[in-house]
Ligand binder design. Structure first.
Ligand SMILES: Nc1nc2c(ncn2[C@@H]2O[C@H](COP(=O)(O)OP(=O)(O)OP(=O)(O)O)[C@@H](O)[C@H]2O)c(=O)[nH]1
Ligand SMILES: [Mg+2]
Length: 457
């Protein structure tokens, strides 16, 4: 399916000028290509080169003999390299011209230009890392907050993969017991539905728990965006301004003031979040406002956390109850806050005393709100036993499929269905779980994952 016999080459450092830049090669011809274009003043070149040793020399064009740049070259022999293949890294001066010229020489002398993420893809295909770790590599590169980095590092270190493997092992036990009873019915192998069911339920429980971590894992990976939503005039923009401590958004007493989403970075107790003020949600015939409300919906879809604001001086409207119910369907945390409590609170009388009470105008209750935001985002990991998260829709999808298959298997066990049926469901669940770590994969899935990478990684 994939060709690993050729040698790939790419510039692995970012575009632009820098102190050093790196051209990287991986594949069987890496060292022989390097030998053609690398020279040392004493003329020894790369003869007798050892793995993981840095050699000072220069790159020359073998056709013209022209020196391109002074470089440090490191070879890493298979299997002790990132890709498990022979690799060569050439550190040159970090300008576009030396980097392009050296890359060009590697290509002219037998390498092929690497595709985005191809080094990491080879690391996966050669069994050095699993798919979760490959994804963690992208996440480490792209992480914007300490938390994102921390969660990606946990994933790189293999915690999530271990968890998946342990669930798979339970299912493999179940499967082998069932298969034994299918293969050797005459040997009267004890088929114990109760133990099987218990085991399947343990697996199901663990899977459910992992699925539940997605809302936090997604927040960690992508950073958090906190959306302030609610009806017009409840004080959303006032809250945004109060949290930012500046008059960022326009505030007026006219409902429908905010027409567009407004985003700002905000630090809450040391945690970086993106706070988004939105257009108030209501039925509106007005075109600009309609467009604004569409953007509000979009912001809500992308939000990690939603602050739904009510106006305590007005009481709760039926449409707000509907909106809250809709939000609660979305499987993401929602904080409901009652604003304008400096003007009294009609809502408490309606049995909703559990909501946070604030005043954006008088700065009441904002510290409690911040603590709550922090708690939900940061302490989210208390909700998982091992601090493990799934971080991608891909993981969630495969887990849900595995979940459904196991549920079917349990029903089959309960109803004394033929063991072949149970076995088929368990096999399906195993396959779905295997997709997460990459034990089973399709070319399509791999391509989608590695598309996210830059060239040279
Ligand atoms: N008394 C009081 N008034 C407030 C408070 N918060 C906001 N207001 C007032 O409520 C009105 C609406 O405030 P905004 O912040 O513009 O409300 P909004 O939710 O952004 O409104 P839209 O952008 O129209 O959706 C303004 O007159 C604010 O001064 C509060 O805590 N107490
Ligand atoms: Mg507003």
């Amino acid at each position: 399916m994939f060709d690993l016999t050729d040698t790939i080459s790419a510039v692995s450092t970012p575009h632009g000028e820098g102190g050093i830049g790196i051209v990287r090669m991986s594949g069987p011809a890496s060292v022989s290509i390097a030998k053609k274009i690398f020279a040392t003043p004493g003329g020894k070149g790369l003869n007798g080169i050892e793995s993981h040793k840095v050699i000072l020399g220069y790159i020359k064009d073998p056709d013209t003999g022209k020196r391109i740049d002074e470089v440090m070259l490191t070879a890493m022999f298979s299997p002790k390299s990132f890709t498990r293949e022979d690799m060569v890294e050439i550190s040159c001066h970090g300008g576009n011209l030396p980097l392009r010229s050296i890359l060009g020489l590697t290509l002219k002398n037998g390498a092929r230009h690497a595709e985005p993420g191809e080094f990491t893809k080879r690391a996966f295909l050669n069994g050095r890392i699993n798919l979760l770790q490959a994804e963690a590599v992208i996440d480490i590169i792209k992480s914007k907050t300490d938390l994102a980095l921390e969660s990606a590092m946990t994933q790189l270190q293999g915690g999530l993969a271990e968890k998946i493997t342990s669930i798979r092992n339970i299912l493999i036990e179940v499967l082998s017991e069932i298969e034994a009873s299918i293969d050797f019915p005459e040997e009267d192998i004890e088929f114990t539905p109760l133990t099987l069911q218990k085991k399947a339920e343990t697996a199901l429980h663990d899977i459910k728990q992992l699925i539940g971590t997605y809302k936090y894992g997604k927040i960690y990976r992508e950073g958090v965006s906190v959306v302030i939503a609610g009806r017009p005039n409840v004080g959303k923009s006032s809250l945004m301004n109060a949290l930012l401590n500046e008059e960022r958004a326009i505030v007026t007493s006219i409902p429908g003031t905010t027409r567009d989403t407004i985003e700002e970075g905000l630090n809450i107790n040391g945690l970086t979040i993106k706070i988004i003020d939105t257009a108030g949600i209501r039925e509106s015939g007005e075109l600009i406002e309609q467009e604004g409300i569409k953007r509000t919906q979009k912001a809500i879809e992308g939000a990690g956390l939603i602050i739904f604001l009510l106006d305590g001086s007005e009481g709760v409207k039926e449409e707000e109850i509907n909106l809250i119910n809709d939000l609660r369907q979305k499987d993401k945390p929602v904080i409901i806050a009652i604003n304008k409590i400096d003007m009294g609170n009609k809502i408490e009388g309606q049995g909703e005393g559990g909501f946070l009470k604030i005043s954006a105008l008088k700065n009441i209750g904002l510290d409690k709100l911040k603590d709550k935001i922090f708690d939900i985002i940061y302490n989210g990991h208390c909700k998982t036993q091992e601090g493990l998260f799934i971080t991608r829709e891909r993981h969630r999808e495969s887990l849900s499929k595995a979940h459904d298959a196991i549920e079917k298997a349990i029903i089959a066990i309960n109803n004394n269905f033929s063991p072949e049926f149970i076995a088929a469901d368990i096999r399906l669940a195993l396959e779905n779980l295997g997709e997460i770590t990459g034990e089973t994969y399709s070319e399509d899935v791999l391509n989608r994952i590695f598309q996210e990478f830059c060239i040279g990684k």
